[in-house]
Design a protein around this ligand. Structure first.
Ligand SMILES: CC(C)(COP(=O)(O)OP(=O)(O)OC[C@H]1O[C@@H](n2cnc3c(N)ncnc32)[C@H](O)[C@@H]1OP(=O)(O)O)[C@@H](O)C(=O)NCCC(=O)NCCS
Length: 158
């Protein structure tokens, strides 16, 4: 396996795998394939997020989106945040995720650095994977929603 930066001709693969990721982790977002194409193309152009392809014999089997965390747990320790990590459904449970993460740590994380990521509660398989590759829970992000108000007039003057 090779870890290589994504190119313009990978954008369709990135969007397709991102769609799989959203579905399989139970993400509440409903981004369409078209919207995801735009997002990955924008990230390629802006460099805001790094996008790497996990490549086996010239074939993209997965991808990783990541960036330095601007709000690290400890400012003295460089930290890289993984925003997206997905292995194509067709190739799971063949150690590709494990190999891909190992390459990522080796080539994208400074010695002594830290990797952080969020796992949705709706994704126990993802959590089991991260624990299998050595990650441990550090904190739990909590949330609550204010119920939608159908009579809300968006704050216009009475
Ligand atoms: C999670 C994911 C990346 C794992 O990729 P993978 O290539 O199948 O993982 P590996 O084969 O390298 O698994 C390594 C170990 O992780 C654990 N593991 C992986 N997937 C698991 C699952 N669904 N349930 C329980 N344990 C799992 C196992 O211990 C496994 O070792 P084993 O196969 O010898 O039992 C892949 O299932 C995926 O892309 N899922 C959808 C997206 C996602 O959830 N990404 C993570 C978001 S936080």
């Amino acid at each position: 396996m090779r870890l290589r930066p994504a190119r313009e001709d990978d954008v369709e693969t990135l969007a397709t795998l991102n769609r799989q990721l959203l579905e399989d982790e139970g993400h509440p977002g409903k981004a369409t394939l078209g919207e995801l194409l735009v997002r990955h193309r924008e990230w390629l152009a802006s460099g805001e997020w790094s996008q790497d392809i996990l490549d086996v014999d010239g074939h993209a089997v997965g991808y990783i989106v990541h960036a330095p965390n601007p709000h690290p747990l400890d400012p003295a320790v460089p930290e890289r945040f993984i925003r997206q990590f997905c292995i194509d459904r067709r190739y799971r449970r063949n150690s590709l995720g494990r190999d891909g993460f190992e390459l990522f740590v080796q080539h994208r994380v400074e010695p002594g650095g830290r990797v952080t990521l969020d796992v949705l509660e709706s994704n126990p398989g993802g959590r089991a994977f991260w624990e299998a590759v050595g990650c441990r829970p550090f904190f739990t992000r909590m949330e609550v929603r204010r119920p939608a108000d159908p009579t809300d007039d968006h704050g216009s003057a009475p």
